[in-house]
Design a binder for this molecule. Structure first.
Ligand code: FEO
Length: 171
C-alpha cells in the first residue's frame, strides 16, 4: 500500500512536470519569435514529453488508489538572452527535476515503499538522458558561438526530432 505522505509527494511531482511542459512551450514560443523554427519544433516535442511524464505520475497515483489533485502551474519566463541562454536554463531546470526525483526515491526508501521505488526507476534513468541531451546541445551551441550559419545548421537538425509514438515507449 502506498502511504499518504508518498502519494502527496507524487502528486506534487505532477505539478513539476506540468511546469516543465509549460516552460518548454514558452521556450518554443521564444524560438518562434526569433525565427528558429527547428529549435521551436524541438521544444514543442519536449513540452509534449513532459505532459507524458505528468501522466505517468497521474496514472500511478490512480493505480495505487490515491486521489490526484491538480494545483496552479506557475508562470514560466517568456524570454531568454540567446539560444544558448535558453538551453542553459533548460539544463538547470532538468538538474532541479533530477533532484526532485531523487528526493522522491529517498522518501520511498524511507517508507519502505518498494512499488514506488520501482516506478521511479524509469524517471531516474530518464533524467540521465534529459541532462545529457541538454548538455550536448549546449556544447554544440558553444562550438558555433556567434556564427549564424552554424546556428542555422543546428536549427535544421533540431527540426528532425519527432514526437515519441503514443505507445509511450520512448518518452
Ligand atoms: Fe520530466 Fe524533463 O523531465
Amino acid at each position: 500500500m502506498t502511504n499518504k505522505k508518498v502519494l502527496e509527494a507524487l502528486n506534487k511531482q505532477i505539478n513539476e512536470e506540468m511546469y516543465s511542459s509549460y516552460l518548454y512551450l514558452s521556450m518554443a514560443a521564444y524560438f518562434d519569435s526569433i525565427n528558429l523554427n527547428g529549435f521551436s519544433s524541438w521544444m514543442q516535442v519536449q513540452s509534449q514529453e513532459e505532459l507524458n511524464h505528468a501522466m505517468k505520475f497521474y496514472k500511478y497515483i490512480n493505480d495505487r488508489d490515491g486521489r490526484v489533485k491538480l494545483e496552479a502551474i506557475k508562470e514560466p519566463p517568456a524570454k531568454w538572452d540567446s539560444t544558448l541562454d535558453a538551453f542553459k536554463a533548460a539544463l538547470k531546470h532538468e538538474k532541479y527535476i533530477s533532484d526532485c526525483i531523487g528526493n522522491l526515491v529517498d522518501l520511498a526508501v524511507k517508507e519502505s515503499d518498494h512499488a514506488t521505488q520501482s516506478f521511479l526507476q524509469w524517471f531516474v534513468n530518464e533524467q540521465i538522458e534529459e541532462e545529457a541531451t541538454a548538455k550536448n546541445i549546449i556544447d554544440q551551441l558553444d562550438l558555433v558561438g556567434d556564427n549564424k550559419v552554424g546556428l542555422y545548421h543546428i536549427d535544421r537538425e533540431m527540426a528532425q526530432r519527432q514526437a515519441a509514438a503514443s505507445s509511450g515507449a520512448a518518452e
